[in-house]
Design a protein around this ligand. Structure first.
Ligand code: PNS
Length: 171
């Protein structure tokens, strides 16, 4: 039996700009199902982000400190190429609602077609079905309360960014 047959690995790819409690729900539950879970931060040059890749990795590292089998990495390019290079057969994706399903299904089928990499869909905890990093950023930028939606250290970083945002809009 090869090492890859013994070690069950999976990957949770995403932008994580920033990580939310919804992401952490999926990461924690996935970490319980696999021996090793790579949380992979997608480096997307064409999409503007609030936090740099290093900041996103720092926030994820702190948020997942309780899971010894979780590793945080950055990746560029196709997720299936990362999977092939690191011997990862499964992508785990959280599904918040039916609206997520169409695009996620298309990507899952494409990834399977390209490289034989399977996707496991995990329904999010209903408590987080409305939660998206984009909404968290928008609300935090206008000093709305997102304290129930992100870990405390992420809240602090959002508050720092919000100060800059408000200063910039006041000028
Ligand atoms: O958190 P996001 O922005 O919804 O994550 C999307 C992500 C990064 C998981 C997805 O865009 C992705 O897998 N990108 C990597 C590039 C790739 O493999 N594209 C082809 C998908 S069929």
């Amino acid at each position: 039996m090869t090492e890859s047959a013994l070690v069950r690995r999976a990957i949770c790819p995403g932008s994580f700009d920033p990580v939310t409690n919804g992401h952490l729900d999926i990461i924690g539950r996935s970490a319980a199902l696999y021996d090793e879970l790579v949380v992979a931060v997608f480096v997307n040059q064409s999409k503007s982000s609030m936090f740099s890749v290093d900041e996103r990795i720092d926030m994820l590292t702190e948020a997942t400190v309780a899971y010894p089998n979780v590793r945080i990495e950055a990746f560029q390019g196709l997720v299936v190429d990362y999977c092939r290079a690191h011997d990862i057969p499964v992508i785990v994706k959280g599904l918040r609602a039916v609206s997520d399903f169409d695009y996620e299904l298309q990507m899952a089928q494409m990834n399977r077609n390209m490289a034989g990499v399977d996707t496991l869909f995990m329904p999010t905890n209903p408590e987080y079905s409305f939660l998206a990093s984009s909404l968290v950023k928008e609300i935090a930028n206008w000093s709305g309360d997102v304290s129930a939606l992100v870990p405390p250290h992420v809240l602090q970083r959002l508050a720092e960014r919000a100060k800059h945002h408000q200063r910039a809009t006041d000028e």
